[in-house]
Design a protein around this ligand. Structure first.
Ligand SMILES: Cc1cc2nc3c(=O)[nH]c(=O)nc-3n(C[C@H](O)[C@H](O)[C@H](O)COP(=O)(O)O)c2cc1C
Length: 400
């Protein structure tokens, strides 16, 4: 959940500081990178050595530090984080934050900060309920800071109980995950089936008919759709590419196998058929390697038409996805061919590209596409395939 997220943990001077050592471990277990700032108060309760041993990084303690400040460390620290967490947060640090004081490294970092802040207060229940503290909390909430806890329970002071205990490390982790989990993703909750790559149509056990498709564009679309929150199934012909992150990838060889895998992956909200499916296959592929027969004549390859996957999906009765997108790789009459495909195949959009050899699209890293819909044609400039994928996903999110 927190893979590669950078957390700046500010530990201030409360008894609960020992729990922050456990918090560091829990965050690291989830893939987060943790850096720590320790106040003078904090270092009365836990040592910079213990914190640094856990974070595996410098522990920042001093504002006027010649080493850290040669590149203005108090500004840089929050710039290099995704989230600032103050745990435990003393009554003192909350008062300083609420009033904009900046008299040590922690308060300076918090004032110079432009990242979200999560505060985990920890203090005696009388300190927590004091009107001054409550005013400061209200001010900080109004300033947009996030809070977790405090919880009710026994205090460190014998016989005292009430609100003021710091939330447990795992509760703080949940609050952090909630703050850092992407919201409002344009394709959240959508199921998408994508095809990519070529197909291989067997002639015999060692030979096949193939094409030059690398699968790069379809894989980039699958990754961009997953990043946009969609649940993606990628049905891929043979490629040398690694499975895209966050995508269920099903690998097939032939057009028939690709159609079967697509049908299995339905129902879906959106289908993006980017694979370069072979139009023909050998009617009866040999289960033994075909040998020269000495006549000097090549073997006759009797070809039959493959199923048209885009057309099949575009004309499904019950399971037709709401949005069906096809690709047209053409070397001539690009728009006329794409318009024809749009009608014949029952698609909502055709992404047309000119795959003439001089454009180096097949296998290359760039693409110049034209989007053909029933509403008209949109010309896109030459872009990297990753960028085409991102913009296409944006477009699809608008249409779906
Ligand atoms: C033994 C002891 C325990 C303390 N525990 C807390 C505490 O849990 N919460 C709190 O707000 N202050 C606590 N304090 C007071 C703070 O350490 C004090 O306000 C300090 O100035 C905080 O500095 P800092 O916010 O810069 O870390 C405690 C003080 C002592 C001596």
């Amino acid at each position: 959940m927190l893979s590669d997220k950078r957390i700046l943990l500010i530990i201030t001077g409360g008894i609960a500081a020992y729990k922050s050592l456990d918090l560091i471990r829990r965050l690291q277990e989830r893939g987060a990178k943790v850096r720590a700032v320790l106040t003078n108060g904090g270092s009365q309760f836990i040592t910079p050595l213990a914190v640094g041993a856990l974070t595996g990084d410098t522990v920042f303690t001093e504002l006027f530090d010649r080493e850290a400040e040669h590149d203005v460390g108090h500004i840089r620290l929050s710039r290099e984080a995704d989230l600032v967490v103050v745990a435990p947060a003393t009554a003192n640090i909350m008062a300083k934050m609420a009033h904009g004081l900046a008299d040590d490294l922690a308060s300076c970092v918090l004032l110079a900060n432009d990242k979200p802040v999560l505060v985990a207060p920890a203090m005696n229940s009388k300190m927590w309920s004091h009107p001054a503290t409550q005013r400061n909390v209200a001010q900080l909430k109004a300033d947009g800071l996030h809070f977790v806890g405090p919880n009710a329970g026994e205090m460190a002071e014998k016989g005292e109980a009430g609100y003021g205990r710091m939330s447990e490390p795992l509760e703080i982790v949940v609050a952090i995950e909630d703050l850092l989990s992407p919201k409002d993703l344009p394709l959240k909750g959508k199921r998408i089936v994508i095809t990519a790559g070529p197909t291989h149509e067997p002639i015999d056990p060692v030979r096949y008919i193939a094409n030059r498709s690398s699968g790069k564009q379809g894989y980039a679309i699958a990754e961009a759709a997953a990043e946009a929150g969609a649940q993606v199934t990628l049905v891929s012909g043979p490629t040398i590419l690694a499975d895209p992150k966050g995508v269920e990838t099903i690998r097939v060889e032939s057009a028939n196998a690709m159609l079967a895998a697509v049908e299995c992956a339905l129902p879906a909200d959106i289908a993006i058929m980017a694979a370069a499916v072979a139009d023909w296959r050998v009617a009866h592929d040999s289960n033994q390697k075909i040998k020269k027969d000495g006549s000097g004549l090549p073997p006759a390859l009797n070809l039959v038409e493959n199923p048209d996957i885009l057309k099949t999906v575009g004309h499904l009765q019950d399971k037709r996805p709401k949005l069906v997108v096809g690709f047209a790789a053409e070397t001539n009459d690009l728009i006329a061919n794409a318009r024809g495909k749009l009608e014949r195949k029952g698609a909502d959009m055709i992404v047309a590209n000119d795959v003439s050899p001089e454009n180096n699209v097949m296998g290359g890293d760039n693409n110049t596409v034209r989007l053909v819909t029933h509403g008209g044609v949109e010309d896109w400039p030459k872009m990297g395939k990753d960028e085409v994928a991102r913009q296409l996903v944006q477009k699809i999110a608008e249409l779906s």
